[in-house]
Design a protein. Sequence first.
Length: 133
Amino acid sequence: QISIANNTVTVATLNTILYDNAGGICDVANSQLIPRRTNKYLITAGYRWVTQSANASRMILWIENPLLVPPANVQQLEVSTLNGCITNLMIATTYECIAGNYLEMRVFQNTGGPLLSNSIAEIIHMEIAEILS
């Protein structure tokens, strides 16, 4: 389990490579995915809190884009939950990525104290797949 501080945007730890057929897309040292070609990609991400108070949590898919200042906050999902519920956050989107730029998953919670998340790679995950035309 990973403890996420209250009221702080935190980069989600992605420390396991389950599949990288293109080689070098996964940067586990920085918990990032790095597209190797400029193209449209299907991007999915998922995060799970162990327990949740009745406050908001967010998962943010962050994509570096040098054409935007600051970088693009592509998609944000916010949910409110009941006490003690396990909360799963999921994002699926397509985005035109630039070769060499990075993608991160960031999380936020404001429950009033630290909040535990799962650390299992199949539950805390981020994937990209190039869409070939």
